[in-house]
Write a protein that binds this ligand. Sequence first.
Ligand SMILES: Cc1cc2nc3c(=O)[nH]c(=O)nc-3n(C[C@H](O)[C@H](O)[C@H](O)COP(=O)(O)O)c2cc1C
Length: 449
Amino acid sequence: MKKQIKLNAFDMACVGHIQQGMWRHPRDQATQYNTLDYWIRLARTLERGLFDGLFLADVLGVYDVYGGSPDAAIREAAQVPLLDPMLLVPAMAAATEHLGFGITCNLAYEAPYLFARRMSTLDHLTKGRAGWNIVTGYLDSAARAMGLSAQMAHDDRYDLADEYMELVYRLWEGSWGADARSAGAAMGAYADPSRIRRVRHDGAQYKLDAIHLVEPSPQRTPVLFQAGASDRGRRFAARHAECVFVNGGPKPGVAQLVADLRARAGARPLCVMVGATLIVGRTEAEARNKLEDYRRHASVEGALAHASASLGIDFARYGMDEPVQSGPTQAIQSNVEAMARAAGPAWTKRKLIDQFVLGSRQPPVVGSAEQVADALMQWMDEADVDGFNLSRTVMPECLEDVVELIVPILQERGVFKRAYAPGTYRDKLFGAGALLQPPHPAAHSRFEG
Ligand SMILES: Cc1cc2nc3c(=O)[nH]c(=O)nc-3n(C[C@H](O)[C@H](O)[C@H](O)COP(=O)(O)O)c2cc1C
C-alpha cells in the first residue's frame, strides 16, 4: 500500500491566524470565531473530508515586538483577540465522531496537576481524540501578563518542559491502576484505593504530592505534538513527540530536518507534518485568479507584527534595505534559521516583505486540483513527511476546496484513506493501540494493574 497522506487543518481561535488580512475578504467568515456554530461547521467539514485532525495554535500574549506596541497586531487582528482553544473542543467533538484535536497549551504558566486534569477531562469527553501540542511560549508579553519581567531563556524552557512531562506522565499513566475500577467493583466499591498511587515529586521546578483526580481516559496521555526545531527543540521532540509540526520552506532543508528528527527518535515512529497553504481551483487559471483576489486583502503590517514576535526582531526599527541583525533569539530559533535559509545571511526588511505572497512568510501552493495533488505527493517523496498542516486563507471556502477538489484526487491515487480507521486519535494515526508504547517514556510510568 502506498504511504498515506495525513491532513490536519491548522487554525487558531482568532480572526487572523497565519495569512494576515484575509478577514477583510468579503467572503471570509473568520470573524465568527467566537461562536460555536462556526467551529461546529468547521469540524463537520473536516470530518467530511476525512481530515485526521484539527490543530489549534495558541499564544498567551499579544504581538508587541513590532514597534514596541501591540497596535499593529490589534489593527490587523493578528492573533488578537484570541479565545482559549480547549473550550472549543467538546462542542466540536459532540458534532463529529472521528476528527482528532491537537490543542496547543503552554505549560510554562500552569501547574502540571491542573493541566493534567483538564487534558484527561478532554480525552474522556472526546472518547480518546485529544492531542496536545507541547509549547513553552515565545513571548515576553505572556510572561509579563503572568507577573514576570521576561520569559525564561530558550533552552531553559525546554528543561522546564522535560520536568513537566515527567510529572504529567506520572499523573496520566502512573496514578490509577488499569484495574482500579474492576478491583473496586469486586469489593462493591467504585474503585479500589489500593490500586491508586500518589504521585510525589520534589524537583528543580515543581513539587507535587497528589493522586490524579481523573480516572484513566481512553488514551491516558493525549497524542503528543511538538513544533520547535532548534537543536534543543529537536532533542525534546526526539524524547517526547509523536507528531512533529515543521515549517515549510525549501524542500532540501525540510528533508534534512525530517531525516535528523527521525534519526534522533530512533525506533520510535514519528509523524511529521509540514505547514502548507493551498490555493486550488478547478483549473490553474481559476486558482491564479483566486490568489490575486485574496492578495488584495493581504496585510503586510499584520505579517510584520506576526514575524517580529515569532522571530524576536523589531522590524519597525529597520529601513527597507538596512541589514537586519539576527543574533541569538529567545523566540523561535528555527524560524530565524528558516528565514536566513530563504533570504541568505544578509537579509533585510525588503527581502522579508518580498516573501509575503499572501499575509505571511508561508508561500501558497497555487494550481488546479491535479497540480496541487502532485505538489503534495512530491513533498511526501522528497522531504519524507507524513502529511500537511494546512493554514487557512478565506474561511471556510479554502477548506471546502480541499475537501471537494483535492481529497478525491488523492483517494483515486491511493494515497488518502476512504474511511476513518476505528479507535482513538492515536489508533487512527499509528494503528498500534490507544496507549503509548515503550520506548516512549510515558509507557514506563504506567500503572498496569
Ligand atoms: C510551525 C510552528 C508552530 C508553532 N506553534 C506555536 C504555538 O501555537 N504556540 C506557541 O506558543 N509556540 C508555537 N511554536 C513555538 C515552538 O513550539 C517552541 O516552543 C519554541 O518557540 C521554540 O522553538 P525552537 O525550538 O524552534 O526555537 C511553534 C513553532 C513552529 C515551528
